[in-house]
Design a binder for this molecule. Structure first.
Ligand SMILES: NC(=O)c1ccc[n+]([C@@H]2O[C@H](COP(=O)([O-])OP(=O)(O)OC[C@H]3O[C@@H](n4cnc5c(N)ncnc54)[C@H](OP(=O)(O)O)[C@@H]3O)[C@@H](O)[C@H]2O)c1
Length: 361
C-alpha cells in the first residue's frame, strides 16, 4: 500500500517532536519532509532539534535535511503544522492555496467560520466546512484545526454530558504543565516555587473554542453551543499534563450515576472506525477519591484519553469534578494526527494520490 507522504512544519519544536514519534512507522502516512525556522534550515534534523523525548530520534529522520516552511519548497500533499501563532496564519493559507491539506495544531484559524475545529469523537460532522474552503482557495487544499490543549480535554470531558443531558454553565480552573509553553518555555526562576495565574490568551481560547466544538453544524454553519463557559488558567511546575477542576450546570440535572455512566460509555467515530491512534476509551472515569493525578494518569491510553474523577455535588452549580489530559499528545500532536486519520478514513485524502507518487516515487 502506498503511504501518503507528509510534511511537518515546526518539526524541531516540542509538538513537532511528538509528531515525529506518532508519524514514524504510521500505518497510512510517511514522513517525507521536515521544516522549521531559518535557524534550522539546511541542518540535519538530529542536529537542529533539541530533542526532549525519552526515545531516540529515528535514524532515517535524524539524517533528513530541514527545509524552510515555504509552500514552494515543501511539496507533501498532507502537512502537519506546529508553527508558532504569529506565522501560522498566513503560512497555513499559503499551503492550502497550493493544494495541501493542512492539519494544524496552531491557533490562528481555529475560529474561522469555514475552518473545521474538530475532535473526532465530538464533532466529526464539522468536517463538511472543508468544502467551503476548497471553493474559496480554488484548490483541493484546506485547513483543519485541533483545539487548544486545555480546551480539547475540557470538550472531551463535557461532550458525553452535553450530548445526553444538555449543559448550561461551566466554570473551569486549569493547572497547566510547562511543556504547554513550548521549548524552552517559561524561565525556571519564574516557575520554580511558584504558580503563575496568567497564560496570555488562554482563557479566551478555552471559553470560545469549547462552544464551537460542542456546537451544531447545519447548512455550512456551526451554531455555537448555548453554554456559558468561564475559565481561569494557571501555569504550574509540572512537565506534561494539564489538570482542570470543573463545575457544571445542566438543563435537566441528572443523577451522579447517570453522569458516570455517560463518561464510561462514551465512544465516537475513531473507536468505531478503529483509527490507529484512537484510544479504546476517550473518557476514563476513575473511582479512587484522589485521582486523576498528573504523574500517575497522564499516559493512560497512550496520552490520548481524558481522565476524569472526583464527581460530587457542587454548592453553586450542579456538580463538580476533576479532569486531566496530556497536553502534547491528545492536547496537541495526537489530536492533529487523529484529525488526519479521520480525514483518511472518511475518504477526504483520496485525491492526494498523484502527489504521493511524485514525492515518494
Ligand atoms: N506545547 C503544547 O502543549 C501545545 C499545545 C497546543 C498547541 N500548541 C501550539 O503548537 C505550536 C507549536 O508549539 P511548540 O510547543 O512545539 O513550540 P516550540 O517548541 O517553541 O517550537 C516551535 C517550532 O516552530 C519553528 N519556528 C519558529 N519560528 C519559525 C519561523 N519564523 N518559521 C518557521 N518555523 C519557525 C521552530 O523551529 P526552530 O527550532 O528552527 O526555531 C520550532 O520547530 C504553537 O502554535 C503552539 O501554540 C502547543
Amino acid at each position: 500500500m502506498n503511504k501518503i507522504p507528509v510534511a511537518i512544519l515546526g518539526a524541531t519544536g516540542l509538538v513537532g517532536q511528538r509528531f515525529i514519534t506518532l508519524l514514524h512507522n504510521h500505518l497510512w502516512f510517511e514522513i517525507a519532509e521536515l521544516a522549521a525556522s531559518d535557524n534550522s534550515v539546511g541542518k540535519k534534523y538530529g542536529d537542529a532539534a533539541k530533542w526532549q523525548l525519552p526515545f531516540e530520534i529515528p535514524e532515517s529522520l535524524a539524517e533528513m535535511t530541514v527545509l524552510p516552511c515555504d509552500p514552494e519548497r515543501v511539496q507533501a500533499p498532507l502537512v502537519f503544522s506546529a508553527l508558532p501563532t504569529d506565522i501560522a496564519g498566513e503560512l497555513e493559507v499559503a499551503f492550502a492555496k497550493r493544494g495541501a491539506i493542512v492539519s494544524s495544531n496552531a491557533s490562528p484559524h481555529r475560529m474561522d467560520a469555514d475552518v473545521p475545529l474538530v475532535i473526532p469523537e465530538v464533532n466529526p460532522e464539522h468536517l463538511a466546512l472543508a468544502e467551503i474552503q476548497k471553493q474559496k482557495y480554488a484548490s483541493d487544499g484546506f485547513i483543519i484545526c485541533n483545539g487548544n490543549c486545555t480546551t480539547i480535554h475540557l470538550a472531551l470531558g463535557l461532550a458525553p454530558l452535553h450530548k445526553r443531558f444538555g449543559l448550561k454553565k461551566v466554570i473551569v480552573t486549569s493547572m497547566q504543565a510547562l511543556s504547554g509553553a513550548g521549548y524552552p518555555g517559561v524561565p525556571s526562576l519564574d516557575i520554580i516555587d511558584n504558580v503563575v495565574p496568567y497564560i496570555g490568551g488562554e482563557e479566551e481560547k478555552v471559553e470560545i473554542e469549547t462552544v464551537k466544538f460542542l456546537g451544531e453544524y447545519k447548512n455550512g454553519v456551526v451554531a455555537f453551543a448555548p453554554i456559558r463557559v468561564s475559565a481561569h488558567c494557571n501555569r504550574v511546575a509540572t512537565r506534561d499534563g494539564h489538570l482542570e477542576t470543573v463545575s457544571v450546570e445542566f438543563a435537566d440535572k441528572p443523577s451522579a450515576g447517570d453522569i458516570i455512566a455517560a463518561f464510561d460509555e462514551f465512544r465516537g467515530l475513531p473507536q468505531e472506525l478503529n483509527l490507529p491512534l484512537a484510544p479504546n476509551r476517550p473518557t476514563v472515569y476513575r473511582r479512587e477519591k484522589d485521582r486523576p493525578q498528573v504523574k500517575l494518569d497522564r499516559d493512560v491510553e497512550k496520552g490520548m484519553a481524558t481522565i476524569i474523577g472526583r464527581l460530587r455535588e457542587c454548592n453553586v452549580l450542579d456538580y463538580k469534578f476533576v479532569l486531566l489530559g496530556h497536553n502534547t499528545l491528545r492536547g496537541a500532536a495526537g489530536a492533529t494526527v487523529l484529525n488526519a486519520e479521520l480525514l483518511y478514513a472518511q475518504g477526504l485524502l483520496n485525491n492526494v494520490g498523484q502527489s504521493v507518487r511524485q514525492i515518494v516515487g
